[in-house]
Design a protein around this ligand. Sequence first.
Ligand code: SF4
Length: 152
Amino acid sequence: MSIIQNLKNNVRSRSIHVSFVNVGSCNGCDIEILACLAPRYDIEQYGIYVHNNPREADVLLITGAFVEQWDDKLLNLWNKIPDPKVAVTIGNCPVSGCVFNRRGSYVNPPVSKHIPVAAEIPGCPPRPTEIISTILSVAPLIFKDYEEMDKK
Ligand code: SF4
């Protein structure tokens, strides 16, 4: 493993980098994710940082009922995220399609059919506290893999 990669792994193993994608939501869940960034919940105090580059992400948050336009795109995006990584779905939509799953609609839930999902946060929408606690609960999955990568 290169020095740069070692450094990067050390830094990343002490913080959690999160990207998020909307695969067909009403934006209700997306607003709750944004609320996590605001001073009231201040997600960064837990060492969780949100940005848009999947190549730097550890955790992918997914909102929405999975509309057909995402058929190939979500897997492509998932493949861009380096290991170790986990996906977490936000709200009822990625699990059941929620209010969008009706006869004649073009949604294809659950998201877990398209990429591996480590945790699902139910709710329409879930609370910011539930989102933050779930991200923290999946962190050991990432850190465990880092420890195993360090041993190689
Ligand atoms: S779960 Fe509810 S709030 Fe979240 S995207 Fe679906 S309909 Fe909107």
